[in-house]
Design a protein around this ligand. Structure first.
Ligand code: MTE
Ligand code: MO
Length: 397
Protein backbone atom coordinates (compact mmCIF):
# COMPACT_ATOMS: atom_id res chain seq x y z
CA UNK A 1 0.00 0.00 0.00
CA UNK A 2 1.49 3.30 -1.03
CA UNK A 3 -0.53 5.67 1.10
CA UNK A 4 -3.08 6.11 3.79
CA UNK A 5 -4.36 8.66 1.28
CA UNK A 6 -7.79 7.48 0.09
CA UNK A 7 -8.58 5.26 3.10
CA UNK A 8 -10.30 7.90 5.22
CA UNK A 9 -12.78 8.93 2.53
CA UNK A 10 -15.71 6.57 3.35
CA UNK A 11 -18.90 8.61 3.86
CA UNK A 12 -17.59 11.66 1.97
CA UNK A 13 -20.74 13.40 0.58
CA UNK A 14 -18.99 14.11 -2.70
CA UNK A 15 -19.01 10.36 -3.36
CA UNK A 16 -22.31 9.46 -1.65
CA UNK A 17 -24.47 12.30 -3.05
CA UNK A 18 -25.55 13.21 -6.59
CA UNK A 19 -23.53 16.10 -8.12
CA UNK A 20 -25.07 18.69 -10.50
CA UNK A 21 -22.91 17.59 -13.45
CA UNK A 22 -24.53 14.14 -13.16
CA UNK A 23 -28.07 15.54 -13.34
CA UNK A 24 -27.97 17.55 -16.56
CA UNK A 25 -26.40 17.14 -19.97
CA UNK A 26 -22.97 18.60 -20.44
CA UNK A 27 -21.92 20.98 -23.22
CA UNK A 28 -22.53 19.70 -26.76
CA UNK A 29 -19.61 18.87 -29.03
CA UNK A 30 -18.04 21.91 -30.66
CA UNK A 31 -19.30 24.22 -27.87
CA UNK A 32 -15.81 25.68 -28.20
CA UNK A 33 -14.42 25.26 -31.70
CA UNK A 34 -10.93 25.79 -30.25
CA UNK A 35 -10.64 24.29 -26.78
CA UNK A 36 -9.35 25.96 -23.63
CA UNK A 37 -8.56 24.52 -20.18
CA UNK A 38 -11.24 24.00 -17.51
CA UNK A 39 -12.34 27.19 -15.74
CA UNK A 40 -10.96 25.60 -12.58
CA UNK A 41 -7.49 25.83 -14.11
CA UNK A 42 -7.64 29.55 -14.82
CA UNK A 43 -4.83 30.27 -12.36
CA UNK A 44 -2.41 28.49 -14.71
CA UNK A 45 -1.18 31.58 -16.50
CA UNK A 46 1.90 33.29 -17.80
CA UNK A 47 2.79 36.05 -15.36
CA UNK A 48 4.82 39.23 -15.55
CA UNK A 49 6.95 40.94 -12.89
CA UNK A 50 5.85 44.57 -13.17
CA UNK A 51 9.05 46.17 -11.84
CA UNK A 52 11.39 44.09 -13.98
CA UNK A 53 11.07 46.08 -17.22
CA UNK A 54 10.10 49.67 -18.01
CA UNK A 55 7.28 48.68 -20.37
CA UNK A 56 5.48 45.55 -21.62
CA UNK A 57 6.79 45.71 -25.21
CA UNK A 58 10.43 45.08 -24.46
CA UNK A 59 9.65 42.70 -21.67
CA UNK A 60 9.23 39.13 -20.52
CA UNK A 61 6.70 36.90 -18.83
CA UNK A 62 7.11 33.52 -17.17
CA UNK A 63 5.91 29.94 -17.80
CA UNK A 64 3.82 28.54 -14.88
CA UNK A 65 6.18 25.59 -14.39
CA UNK A 66 4.88 25.16 -10.83
CA UNK A 67 1.52 24.01 -12.25
CA UNK A 68 2.70 21.84 -15.14
CA UNK A 69 3.73 18.18 -15.30
CA UNK A 70 5.27 15.94 -17.93
CA UNK A 71 7.77 17.63 -20.19
CA UNK A 72 5.88 19.45 -22.95
CA UNK A 73 4.90 23.08 -22.38
CA UNK A 74 1.38 23.82 -23.65
CA UNK A 75 1.49 26.48 -26.35
CA UNK A 76 -0.72 28.96 -24.50
CA UNK A 77 1.63 29.23 -21.50
CA UNK A 78 5.05 29.33 -23.18
CA UNK A 79 6.86 32.34 -21.70
CA UNK A 80 7.38 35.30 -24.05
CA UNK A 81 10.37 37.55 -24.49
CA UNK A 82 9.96 40.37 -26.98
CA UNK A 83 12.18 43.39 -27.64
CA UNK A 84 9.58 45.25 -29.71
CA UNK A 85 6.27 43.52 -29.06
CA UNK A 86 4.88 40.44 -30.84
CA UNK A 87 4.65 41.12 -34.58
CA UNK A 88 1.35 40.19 -36.29
CA UNK A 89 2.44 38.83 -39.66
CA UNK A 90 0.29 37.73 -42.60
CA UNK A 91 2.05 34.54 -43.76
CA UNK A 92 1.20 35.36 -47.39
CA UNK A 93 3.29 38.51 -46.96
CA UNK A 94 6.18 36.78 -45.22
CA UNK A 95 9.47 35.83 -46.90
CA UNK A 96 12.73 34.23 -45.82
CA UNK A 97 15.78 35.59 -47.60
CA UNK A 98 19.19 33.93 -47.65
CA UNK A 99 21.93 36.27 -48.86
CA UNK A 100 25.58 37.23 -48.34
CA UNK A 101 28.40 34.82 -49.09
CA UNK A 102 26.30 32.38 -51.14
CA UNK A 103 26.32 31.16 -54.75
CA UNK A 104 22.58 31.85 -55.21
CA UNK A 105 20.76 34.40 -53.01
CA UNK A 106 17.27 32.99 -52.39
CA UNK A 107 13.90 34.27 -51.23
CA UNK A 108 11.33 31.72 -50.00
CA UNK A 109 7.61 32.11 -49.47
CA UNK A 110 6.00 30.08 -46.68
CA UNK A 111 4.61 27.80 -49.40
CA UNK A 112 8.07 27.24 -50.88
CA UNK A 113 9.32 26.14 -47.47
CA UNK A 114 6.62 23.44 -47.20
CA UNK A 115 8.30 21.62 -50.11
CA UNK A 116 11.55 20.92 -48.24
CA UNK A 117 12.05 17.77 -46.11
CA UNK A 118 11.05 18.50 -42.53
CA UNK A 119 11.81 17.01 -39.11
CA UNK A 120 10.29 16.92 -35.62
CA UNK A 121 12.32 17.54 -32.45
CA UNK A 122 11.56 18.43 -28.84
CA UNK A 123 13.86 21.16 -27.51
CA UNK A 124 13.90 23.47 -24.51
CA UNK A 125 14.37 27.21 -24.95
CA UNK A 126 15.81 29.01 -21.92
CA UNK A 127 16.43 32.76 -21.80
CA UNK A 128 19.97 33.52 -20.64
CA UNK A 129 18.38 35.76 -17.98
CA UNK A 130 16.47 32.85 -16.38
CA UNK A 131 17.21 32.83 -12.61
CA UNK A 132 19.17 36.07 -13.07
CA UNK A 133 17.19 37.78 -10.31
CA UNK A 134 18.48 35.07 -7.93
CA UNK A 135 22.17 35.70 -8.60
CA UNK A 136 22.89 37.69 -5.46
CA UNK A 137 20.58 35.69 -3.22
CA UNK A 138 17.08 34.25 -2.91
CA UNK A 139 14.61 36.85 -4.13
CA UNK A 140 11.46 35.74 -5.95
CA UNK A 141 8.62 33.93 -4.20
CA UNK A 142 7.68 31.38 -6.89
CA UNK A 143 9.44 28.89 -9.14
CA UNK A 144 7.52 30.50 -12.01
CA UNK A 145 9.60 33.64 -11.45
CA UNK A 146 12.89 32.01 -10.40
CA UNK A 147 12.98 29.45 -13.28
CA UNK A 148 10.05 30.17 -15.63
CA UNK A 149 11.94 31.75 -18.56
CA UNK A 150 11.88 28.34 -20.20
CA UNK A 151 9.61 26.25 -22.40
CA UNK A 152 9.85 22.84 -24.06
CA UNK A 153 8.13 22.27 -27.35
CA UNK A 154 8.05 19.80 -30.24
CA UNK A 155 9.02 21.77 -33.34
CA UNK A 156 8.35 20.87 -36.93
CA UNK A 157 10.83 22.52 -39.25
CA UNK A 158 13.45 22.28 -41.94
CA UNK A 159 17.09 21.74 -40.99
CA UNK A 160 18.81 25.07 -41.76
CA UNK A 161 21.59 23.05 -43.40
CA UNK A 162 19.13 21.98 -46.16
CA UNK A 163 18.28 25.61 -47.01
CA UNK A 164 21.93 26.71 -46.83
CA UNK A 165 22.85 23.89 -49.22
CA UNK A 166 20.21 25.17 -51.59
CA UNK A 167 21.86 28.62 -51.57
CA UNK A 168 25.42 27.22 -51.68
CA UNK A 169 27.75 28.64 -49.01
CA UNK A 170 30.96 30.19 -50.31
CA UNK A 171 34.19 28.79 -48.77
CA UNK A 172 34.71 31.91 -46.62
CA UNK A 173 31.15 31.76 -45.22
CA UNK A 174 31.82 31.08 -41.53
CA UNK A 175 28.95 32.84 -39.71
CA UNK A 176 25.26 33.44 -40.18
CA UNK A 177 23.28 36.49 -39.15
CA UNK A 178 19.64 35.73 -38.39
CA UNK A 179 17.22 38.68 -38.50
CA UNK A 180 13.66 39.06 -37.21
CA UNK A 181 10.85 40.94 -39.00
CA UNK A 182 9.51 42.49 -35.76
CA UNK A 183 9.86 46.13 -34.67
CA UNK A 184 13.08 45.28 -32.78
CA UNK A 185 14.62 43.76 -35.92
CA UNK A 186 16.62 41.60 -33.54
CA UNK A 187 19.69 40.02 -35.10
CA UNK A 188 22.07 37.37 -33.82
CA UNK A 189 25.30 35.89 -35.19
CA UNK A 190 25.71 32.12 -35.07
CA UNK A 191 28.85 30.24 -36.15
CA UNK A 192 28.47 28.09 -39.28
CA UNK A 193 29.39 24.94 -37.38
CA UNK A 194 26.24 25.26 -35.25
CA UNK A 195 24.11 26.43 -38.19
CA UNK A 196 24.98 23.24 -40.09
CA UNK A 197 24.57 21.00 -37.05
CA UNK A 198 21.05 20.95 -35.56
CA UNK A 199 19.48 24.38 -36.18
CA UNK A 200 15.91 24.31 -37.55
CA UNK A 201 13.75 26.80 -39.40
CA UNK A 202 10.47 25.93 -37.67
CA UNK A 203 6.85 26.72 -38.50
CA UNK A 204 4.94 24.40 -36.16
CA UNK A 205 5.01 23.96 -32.38
CA UNK A 206 3.36 21.00 -30.64
CA UNK A 207 1.63 20.16 -33.92
CA UNK A 208 -0.01 23.50 -34.70
CA UNK A 209 1.27 26.70 -36.30
CA UNK A 210 3.69 28.71 -34.15
CA UNK A 211 1.87 31.07 -31.83
CA UNK A 212 2.22 34.77 -32.70
CA UNK A 213 4.13 35.24 -29.43
CA UNK A 214 6.60 32.53 -30.46
CA UNK A 215 7.38 34.04 -33.88
CA UNK A 216 4.55 33.12 -36.28
CA UNK A 217 4.97 32.21 -39.03
CA UNK A 218 8.68 31.27 -38.80
CA UNK A 219 11.36 31.05 -36.13
CA UNK A 220 14.89 29.81 -35.74
CA UNK A 221 15.37 26.89 -33.32
CA UNK A 222 18.92 26.74 -31.93
CA UNK A 223 18.96 23.63 -29.69
CA UNK A 224 20.74 24.00 -26.35
CA UNK A 225 21.69 27.64 -26.96
CA UNK A 226 20.38 30.67 -25.10
CA UNK A 227 16.97 31.97 -26.14
CA UNK A 228 18.28 35.20 -27.69
CA UNK A 229 19.71 33.23 -30.65
CA UNK A 230 16.29 31.70 -31.47
CA UNK A 231 15.21 34.54 -33.78
CA UNK A 232 11.41 34.85 -34.06
CA UNK A 233 9.48 36.17 -37.08
CA UNK A 234 12.59 35.06 -39.02
CA UNK A 235 12.95 37.00 -42.30
CA UNK A 236 16.59 36.84 -43.31
CA UNK A 237 19.75 34.82 -42.95
CA UNK A 238 22.95 36.44 -44.15
CA UNK A 239 26.16 34.50 -44.55
CA UNK A 240 29.36 36.29 -43.55
CA UNK A 241 33.01 35.60 -42.75
CA UNK A 242 32.92 36.91 -39.17
CA UNK A 243 30.38 37.68 -36.42
CA UNK A 244 28.39 40.91 -36.69
CA UNK A 245 28.44 43.64 -34.09
CA UNK A 246 24.98 43.67 -32.51
CA UNK A 247 23.43 47.00 -31.76
CA UNK A 248 21.31 45.57 -28.95
CA UNK A 249 22.09 43.67 -25.79
CA UNK A 250 25.62 42.81 -26.86
CA UNK A 251 26.97 43.61 -23.42
CA UNK A 252 23.94 42.38 -21.52
CA UNK A 253 24.24 38.93 -23.00
CA UNK A 254 27.89 38.63 -22.12
CA UNK A 255 28.69 37.16 -18.73
CA UNK A 256 31.34 38.69 -16.54
CA UNK A 257 34.10 36.84 -14.82
CA UNK A 258 35.08 38.12 -11.38
CA UNK A 259 38.05 39.95 -12.83
CA UNK A 260 35.82 41.85 -15.25
CA UNK A 261 37.01 39.97 -18.32
CA UNK A 262 33.90 39.04 -20.23
CA UNK A 263 33.09 35.48 -21.20
CA UNK A 264 32.21 36.26 -24.80
CA UNK A 265 30.04 33.91 -26.81
CA UNK A 266 28.77 31.77 -23.97
CA UNK A 267 25.66 30.53 -25.73
CA UNK A 268 25.30 26.98 -24.46
CA UNK A 269 22.89 26.56 -21.55
CA UNK A 270 24.67 24.32 -19.05
CA UNK A 271 22.91 21.57 -17.07
CA UNK A 272 20.35 22.81 -14.58
CA UNK A 273 17.39 21.52 -12.59
CA UNK A 274 14.77 22.75 -10.17
CA UNK A 275 12.09 21.26 -7.95
CA UNK A 276 8.75 22.61 -9.18
CA UNK A 277 6.65 21.03 -6.38
CA UNK A 278 6.78 21.48 -3.48
CA UNK A 279 7.76 25.11 -4.05
CA UNK A 280 6.50 28.46 -2.69
CA UNK A 281 3.25 28.35 -4.72
CA UNK A 282 2.92 24.57 -4.26
CA UNK A 283 2.99 24.05 -0.49
CA UNK A 284 2.33 20.62 1.08
CA UNK A 285 -1.32 20.57 2.12
CA UNK A 286 -1.67 16.89 3.08
CA UNK A 287 0.64 16.74 6.08
CA UNK A 288 3.22 14.06 6.82
CA UNK A 289 3.33 10.72 4.99
CA UNK A 290 3.63 9.54 1.41
CA UNK A 291 4.30 12.33 -1.08
CA UNK A 292 5.85 13.27 -4.39
CA UNK A 293 8.63 15.74 -5.09
CA UNK A 294 8.82 16.62 -8.77
CA UNK A 295 10.81 18.90 -11.02
CA UNK A 296 12.61 19.53 -14.28
CA UNK A 297 16.17 19.01 -15.46
CA UNK A 298 17.83 20.00 -18.71
CA UNK A 299 21.18 20.49 -20.44
CA UNK A 300 22.16 22.38 -23.57
CA UNK A 301 24.85 19.72 -24.12
CA UNK A 302 22.58 16.70 -24.50
CA UNK A 303 20.60 14.33 -22.30
CA UNK A 304 20.22 14.30 -18.53
CA UNK A 305 21.76 11.17 -17.03
CA UNK A 306 20.84 11.57 -13.36
CA UNK A 307 19.12 13.89 -10.93
CA UNK A 308 19.89 13.83 -7.19
CA UNK A 309 17.56 15.05 -4.47
CA UNK A 310 18.47 16.18 -0.99
CA UNK A 311 16.00 16.77 1.84
CA UNK A 312 18.59 18.09 4.29
CA UNK A 313 20.37 20.86 2.41
CA UNK A 314 22.95 18.65 0.74
CA UNK A 315 24.14 16.34 3.54
CA UNK A 316 22.52 13.25 1.99
CA UNK A 317 21.64 12.78 -1.66
CA UNK A 318 19.15 10.33 -3.16
CA UNK A 319 18.61 9.40 -6.81
CA UNK A 320 15.42 10.83 -8.32
CA UNK A 321 13.38 8.80 -10.81
CA UNK A 322 13.54 10.20 -14.36
CA UNK A 323 10.27 9.57 -16.14
CA UNK A 324 9.12 10.13 -19.71
CA UNK A 325 11.28 10.22 -22.83
CA UNK A 326 14.90 11.24 -22.27
CA UNK A 327 15.50 13.46 -25.29
CA UNK A 328 18.52 15.41 -26.47
CA UNK A 329 18.42 19.08 -25.30
CA UNK A 330 14.90 18.68 -23.95
CA UNK A 331 13.42 19.10 -20.50
CA UNK A 332 13.45 15.88 -18.45
CA UNK A 333 10.85 15.20 -15.74
CA UNK A 334 11.95 13.74 -12.41
CA UNK A 335 10.09 12.43 -9.37
CA UNK A 336 11.11 11.48 -5.84
CA UNK A 337 8.51 9.38 -3.99
CA UNK A 338 8.97 9.14 -0.22
CA UNK A 339 7.33 9.35 3.17
CA UNK A 340 7.69 12.79 4.75
CA UNK A 341 8.20 12.79 8.52
CA UNK A 342 6.52 16.20 8.80
CA UNK A 343 9.73 17.93 9.88
CA UNK A 344 11.21 21.00 8.11
CA UNK A 345 13.30 20.20 5.03
CA UNK A 346 15.84 22.02 2.86
CA UNK A 347 15.16 20.47 -0.54
CA UNK A 348 17.37 20.77 -3.61
CA UNK A 349 17.85 18.99 -6.92
CA UNK A 350 21.14 18.52 -8.78
CA UNK A 351 21.41 17.52 -12.44
CA UNK A 352 24.12 15.47 -14.16
CA UNK A 353 24.25 15.52 -17.95
CA UNK A 354 25.67 12.97 -20.36
CA UNK A 355 28.98 14.84 -20.65
CA UNK A 356 29.59 14.20 -16.94
CA UNK A 357 28.95 17.85 -16.01
CA UNK A 358 27.30 18.32 -12.60
CA UNK A 359 25.09 21.32 -11.78
CA UNK A 360 27.09 23.63 -9.47
CA UNK A 361 26.06 25.43 -6.29
CA UNK A 362 25.32 29.14 -6.51
CA UNK A 363 28.37 29.77 -4.32
CA UNK A 364 30.61 27.91 -6.76
CA UNK A 365 29.21 29.99 -9.64
CA UNK A 366 29.79 33.26 -7.77
CA UNK A 367 33.33 32.19 -6.88
CA UNK A 368 34.17 31.67 -10.55
CA UNK A 369 32.19 34.58 -12.04
CA UNK A 370 31.83 37.17 -9.31
CA UNK A 371 28.71 38.86 -8.00
CA UNK A 372 28.07 41.18 -10.96
CA UNK A 373 26.94 38.51 -13.38
CA UNK A 374 23.26 37.99 -14.06
CA UNK A 375 23.06 35.68 -17.04
CA UNK A 376 23.49 31.91 -17.17
CA UNK A 377 22.69 31.23 -13.52
CA UNK A 378 22.37 27.43 -13.45
CA UNK A 379 23.09 27.11 -9.72
CA UNK A 380 21.30 24.72 -7.36
CA UNK A 381 18.00 26.10 -5.98
CA UNK A 382 17.02 25.56 -2.33
CA UNK A 383 13.44 25.49 -1.00
CA UNK A 384 12.80 25.57 2.75
CA UNK A 385 9.78 23.38 3.55
CA UNK A 386 8.34 24.23 6.95
CA UNK A 387 6.54 21.81 9.27
CA UNK A 388 3.18 23.35 8.24
CA UNK A 389 4.00 22.58 4.59
CA UNK A 390 4.61 26.20 3.53
CA UNK A 391 7.66 26.66 1.31
CA UNK A 392 10.05 29.59 1.00
CA UNK A 393 12.86 30.50 -1.34
CA UNK A 394 16.15 30.45 0.63
CA UNK A 395 19.85 30.18 0.03
CA UNK A 396 22.23 28.15 2.14
CA UNK A 397 25.97 27.85 1.91
N1 MTE B 1 12.73 38.68 -33.64
C1 MTE B 1 12.94 38.45 -32.33
N2 MTE B 1 13.42 37.26 -31.95
C2 MTE B 1 13.63 36.99 -30.63
C3 MTE B 1 13.41 37.98 -29.65
C4 MTE B 1 12.88 39.23 -30.08
O1 MTE B 1 12.60 40.14 -29.29
N3 MTE B 1 12.67 39.44 -31.43
N4 MTE B 1 13.74 37.70 -28.34
C5 MTE B 1 14.75 36.64 -28.12
C6 MTE B 1 14.94 36.24 -26.73
S1 MTE B 1 16.00 37.18 -25.79
C7 MTE B 1 14.42 35.07 -26.24
S2 MTE B 1 14.75 34.54 -24.66
C8 MTE B 1 13.54 34.23 -27.07
C9 MTE B 1 12.20 34.02 -26.38
O2 MTE B 1 11.39 33.16 -27.12
P1 MTE B 1 9.86 32.98 -26.71
O3 MTE B 1 9.21 34.33 -26.74
O4 MTE B 1 9.30 31.98 -27.64
O5 MTE B 1 9.87 32.46 -25.29
O6 MTE B 1 13.28 34.77 -28.34
C10 MTE B 1 14.41 35.41 -28.94
N5 MTE B 1 14.11 35.77 -30.31
MO1 MO C 1 16.41 36.03 -23.82
Amino acid sequence: MIASAGAARAGDPVITQMQPWRETLGDPVNAKAYGTPSEFENHVLRRRVEWLTADAFSSIDFTPIDQLDGLITPNGVCFERHHGGAAQIDPAQHRLMINGLVDRPLVFTMEDLQRFPRENHVYFLECAANSGMEWRGAQMDSVQFTHGMIHNVMYTGIPLRVLLDEAGIKPNGKWILAEGADASGLTRSIPMEKALDDVLVAFKMNGEALRVEQGYPLRLVVPGWEGSTWIKWLRRIEIGDKPWHHREEASKYTDLYGDGISRRFTWVMEAKSVITSPSPTMPIRHGAGQMVITGLAWSGRGRIKQVDITLDGGKNWHKARLDGPSLNKSLHRFYFDFKWDGKPMLIQSRAHDETGYVQPTKDALRTSRGVNSTYHNNGIQTWHVQADGEVENVEIS
